[in-house]
Write a protein that binds this ligand. Structure first.
Ligand SMILES: C[S@@+](CC[C@H](N)C(=O)[O-])C[C@H]1O[C@@H](n2cnc3c(N)ncnc32)[C@H](O)[C@@H]1O
Length: 407
């Protein structure tokens, strides 16, 4: 447990911290009393000194750095996401933990959870970030956390083996070094990107492969360095509407740039969704069942001009062929709290694409909606396909991922 006697904590900050912790408990992001105690203890405002103390204790991400083109590359993560990942990691006293992607705050929480005997190492690729993390940890009274500048793709062998590896930056694959540095029975928690969708996934090591224990939707800045993944954006109608393909979809056909001006087909599913209900599980289901899957992203202007009507506009599930495009849409239902899901498609193959999207929406609704969600297993890249279990297979650089949907 850290000694905060010499820090610039205050009773007011303590009250704000307690309120934030209560909020996270109420929302179910925190379930373990030890995680709640850590949140009540670690002074988050000392890790984000540039914002007012009230902002430090709202449930928001604090953006810390952008690259030259304005893209966010470092932040202090949203407390809800931090809490969910700590719950997924199930950190115990005495654990040795590696955090990839620093900022200091999460490392301090980890330090609370492993104390008195464990060890926390946090690494970041960016020298500004490690310097900032170190200052925050020092100010908050956590000098025992080891802060190193390193590319997370290679882990940090100096502190291995680790009982837990927590990655707090979006990864496209599981780096081989993480497996090498994980202790027997260890767990990796990582925001993993699959078909442009990111899930914080907790993996346990079982018989030489990794098996998921839980998944949670999240958003993180993208990994830099040797493990960086790439997405391809294909513009339609200038930059107003675009299609996003993931790195492993390099050879996927794309429709012509003027496809949205072509023949249109619409199909409705009869599946109703509460307006507040997230589409995340459905999106992953569609990604794993529809050949030609991609994401359709639309500027607000494109929706206003009625060029497209995607649900949701910041990334609607879509399917593309070399002639046609279909995407998920929604219309108001009789009950104002609900919408009905459907599909809009353009191009010569529009009726078939709209139908296949809607068929999969119905299948998900009947078999998987509200269920335990998908399971993910990770195998070495050189394992013959015939030895992989049944499921949706994704080939990454170092590993093959198999996503299955228990009914
Ligand atoms: C969301 S921030 C981490 C937040 C932090 N865990 C906290 O306590 O709030 C993600 C960090 O990952 C770092 N990063 C990106 N690529 C990396 C890599 N290959 N290795 C290590 N760190 C990396 C970025 O510099 C950034 O600071």
């Amino acid at each position: 447990m850290a000694d905060h006697s010499g820090t610039s904590d205050s009773p007011y900050a303590g009250l704000l911290r307690a309120a934030l912790t209560d909020l996270l408990l109420t929302r179910g992001a925190i379930q373990d009393q030890r995680v709640a105690d850590a949140f009540r203890t670690v002074p988050r405002h000392l890790f984000v000194p540039q914002v007012p103390v009230e902002l430090a204790y709202t449930d928001d991400v604090v953006l810390m750095k952008r690259d030259q083109s304005g893209v966010a590359i470092s932040s202090v993560s949203q407390p809800t996401v931090v809490a969910v990942m700590l719950e997924q990691a199930d950190i115990q006293p005495g654990h040795r933990v590696l955090e990839i992607g620093s900022g200091g705050y999460n490392a301090a929480l980890l330090s609370e959870l492993v104390s008195p005997a464990g060890a926390v190492t946090t690494i970041d690729i960016d020298e500004d970030v490690t310097a900032r993390a170190w200052r925050g940890l020092d100010a908050a009274g956590y000098p025992n956390v080891r802060v190193q500048r390193a590319d997370g793709e290679f882990g940090w062998p100096g502190g291995a083996p680790y009982d837990r590896i927590i990655v707090t930056v979006t990864a496209w694959d599981i780096a081989p070094a993480w497996l090498e540095q994980l202790a027997p029975g260890g767990r990796i928690v990582v925001p993993l990107r699959m078909r442009s969708q990111t899930r914080s996934t907790a993996f346990d090591l079982c018989d030489g492969f990794l098996e998921s224990r839980s998944m949670a939707v999240c958003g993180f800045v993208a990994m830099q360095g040797a493990g960086a993944g790439y997405e391809r954006s294909v513009p339609l109608r200038g930059e107003l509407v675009s299609l996003t393909f993931d790195e492993d979809q390099g050879d996927q056909p794309v429709p012509p740039a003027r496809v949205l001006e072509q023949k249109i087909a619409t199909a409705w599913s009869g599946v109703l969704m509460n307006r507040e209900e997230p589409l995340c599980d459905l999106d992953l289901w569609l990604a794993s069942t529809l050949p030609g899957f991609c994401l359709l992203v639309a500027e607000p202007r494109a929706v206003k001009k009625k060029l497209v009507s995607p649900a949701p506009r910041w990334g609607a599930s879509a399917i593309a062929s070399d002639t046609s495009l279909g995407y998920l849409t929604a219309r108001a239902a009789a009950d104002p709290d609900f919408v009905e899901l459907g599909a809009i498609a353009h191009g010569p193959d529009a009726p078939r694409l709209a139908r296949s999207l809607v068929d999969q929406v119905c299948k998900w609704d009947q078999k998987h909606r509200g269920g335990s969600g998908p399971q993910l297993r990770i195998y070495p890249a050189d394992l013959p396909k015939a030895e992989l279990p049944v499921g949706f297979q994704l080939r990454k650089r170092h590993h093959q991922l198999v996503l299955s949907w228990p009914e």
